[in-house]
Every structure is written in structure tokens, then in C-alpha cells.
Write a protein that binds this ligand. Structure first.
Ligand code: NAD
Length: 283
């Protein structure tokens, strides 16, 4: 039966390490989270980010704008935050209301303050193996794989999902770690067969329990990025957890797996951005 990878505990250790490093700095790294409208799920994420940031010693604040905010108003706010020397990290909570183009907003953030790592400059740096800010969720997955003792060079890794924020950067990070990577998605012909070849399986599709027990190779490490609301209102992942347990060597639970790591990596990115902007060494 699989070892359960305790993302909450790993994230706590990561945040404690960041807090220690921040306490030793002569300044507090600044994070601004911008939230538009009243999407309740975003509300929970934003509160958790703010709370974790403040607990670790960041100068963190949420800027909450009404749902009818225009794109021009949001772009003007981003320009002010880009120019503010006290701000090291800017995060615009997605999804955005329909009158605002997410692409335009993402491209407006100074790449040096883009702690989500979504700016095309940072995506391009990741793809061309240059240093830059890396999307938080895939970065958190890499921490968890190392924590689970995965041997990455040469390992057959399968990424389920090809989104800009999870699947694609996940491919780049696993490739940079010398895995043999396959990305599968909604147009893949035989998902179960592709998944069964995986020694490392990362599921990021947003389909509750899509990955069944018999899709998982004996001894695989399974990282479940999915966060879905089940019929009973409880959170469930993209992997049928109980079916996966007897086959996998290690697996992340939902909740308590990847989710807490995403926030910890956002804070890690904010500290990295703060140091890089001041030309201070990363360690
Ligand atoms: P997305 O909807 O942007 O992308 C989903 C991807 O999965 C697409 O590439 C699509 O091709 C593929 N897909 C969808 N249905 C499929 C199917 N039936 N078979 C095969 N492939 C299919 O989603 P996303 O933003 O990448 O998020 C994926 C999941 O991860 C969601 O549940 C989301 O809530 C969760 N998520 C969690 C965190 C976290 O912090 N843990 C962060 C981001 C996203």
C-alpha cells in the first residue's frame, strides 16, 4: 500500500525555512494579491495566501476590486504595482470577469514581479532553460517528488493535462530533471494505456477520479493536482484515491497534497523575486 505524501507537512517546513530567511533580511519582501469580484473559491485562496504570507514575515496585502472593474482600471493598478519599489511580487487571482482579457493582464505584470510565473517571458525562460520565475503548482510538484524519494533521471513520467498553468510547465520541469516525459490530454487516444507506462504520474485535468486504479503501474509515484468538488460537497482529486492506494508506491492526498505546496511555492517565488530585484544571492 502506498505511502501518503504529506503535502501539508512539506509545505509547513518550506514556509518555516522561508520565514527564517526573511527574518535575517534587512527588509520585508512585498506581495500584492489582486482579487476582482466575489468568486467564493477565489476568496478562500486569496485569504489563505495572505495569511500564509504574513505568517512567514512578508509584507502582504490583498487589493479587492469590484466585479465590474474595467480592464483599463486593472492595467493601471498593475502599472502602479510594477513601479512600486516596495512590491516584489504581484499575483492577479484568476479567473477574471469576462470584460477583462486574462492574457493582457498576465502580459502587463513586470516579469521580475510575476510570482505566478505565467508571463510569456517567464514561460519562455523555462522552455529555454534560463533562470526565471516558475509556476507555483508544478514547482510544488517537483518538491513533493524529491520529498517522496523519486529517482528522476531516466524515469518515465506521464503528465495528464496540457494547461498553461500546470501541464506545460510540468513537462518543462520534468524534462529539465532528465525524465522521459509524455504529456496526455483530452485528445489522447488511449489514456489508460499511456498512464500505465508511468513510473511518475502527475494528474492535472480537473475531472473527479478520472484516473482509475488499473491505470496505475505497480510502484508508481502518483501526484494528484486536481481539486474537484464531489457530489457530496467534499474535495476530491483527479485520481480515484482508494483504488490507487494498493498499487502506487506513493501518492498525494486531496486535500493536503499539492494544494498547500502551491501557496508555499508562491511565497518562495516572492522571496526569490525580492532577492533577484536587489541583486542579492538566492541562498
Ligand atoms: P485546465 O482545465 O486548464 O486544463 C485541463 C487539461 O486537462 C487540459 O489540457 C485538457 O486537455 C485535459 N483534460 C480535460 N479533461 C480531460 C479528459 N477527460 N481526459 C484527458 N484530458 C483531459 O485545468 P488546470 O488549470 O490545469 O487545472 C487542472 C486541475 O488542477 C483542476 O482540478 C484544478 O482545480 C487543479 N489545480 C490545482 C492547483 C493546486 O494548487 N493544487 C492549482 C491549479 C490547478
Amino acid at each position: 500500500t502506498a505511502t501518503i505524501i504529506d503535502g501539508k507537512a512539506v509545505a509547513e517546513r518550506l514556509r518555516a525555512g522561508l520565514a527564517e530567511r526573511i527574518a535575517a533580511l534587512p527588509f520585508r519582501p512585498g506581495l500584492r494579491v489582486v482579487r476582482i469580484g466575489d468568486d467564493p473559491a477565489s476568496g478562500v485562496y486569496v485569504r489563505n495566501k495572505d495569511r500564509a504570507a504574513m505568517a512567514a514575515g512578508f509584507d502582504s496585502a490583498t487589493i479587492h476590486l469590484p466585479a465590474e472593474t474595467s480592464e483599463a482600471t486593472l492595467l493601471a493598478l498593475i502599472a502602479r504595482l510594477n513601479a512600486d519599489p516596495a512590491v516584489d511580487g504581484i499575483l492577479v487571482q484568476l479567473p477574471l470577469p469576462s470584460q477583462i482579457r486574462a492574457d493582457a493582464v498576465i502580459a502587463a505584470v513586470d516579469p521580475a514581479k510575476d510570482v505566478d510565473g505565467f508571463h510569456p517571458i517567464n514561460a519562455g525562460r523555462l522552455a529555454s532553460r534560463q533562470p526565471g520565475l516558475i509556476p507555483c503548482t508544478p514547482k510544488g510538484v517537483m518538491h513533493l517528488l524529491r520529498e517522496a524519494g523519486a529517482t528522476l533521471p531516466g524515469a518515465r513520467a506521464v503528465v495528464l493535462g496540457r494547461s498553461q498553468i500546470v501541464g506545460r510547465p510540468m513537462l518543462q520541469l520534468l524534462l529539465a530533471a532528465d525524465c522521459t516525459v509524455t504529456v496526455v490530454h483530452s485528445r489522447t487516444r488511449d489514456l489508460p494505456a499511456e498512464c500505465r507506462r508511468a513510473e511518475i504520474l502527475v494528474a492535472a485535468v480537473g475531472q473527479p477520479a478520472l484516473v482509475r486504479g488499473d491505470w496505475i503501474a505497480e510502484g508508481a509515484i502518483v501526484i494528484d493536482v486536481g481539486i474537484n468538488r464531489g457530489a457530496d460537497g467534499k474535495l476530491i482529486g483527479d485520481v480515484a484515491f482508494a483504488e490507487a492506494l494498493p498499487r502506487a508506491a506513493a501518492i498525494t492526498p486531496v486535500p493536503g497534497g499539492v494544494g498547500p505546496m502551491t501557496i508555499a511555492c508562491l511565497l518562495e517565488n516572492t522571496l526569490e523575486a525580492a532577492l533577484a530585484r536587489r541583486s542579492l544571492p538566492a541562498e
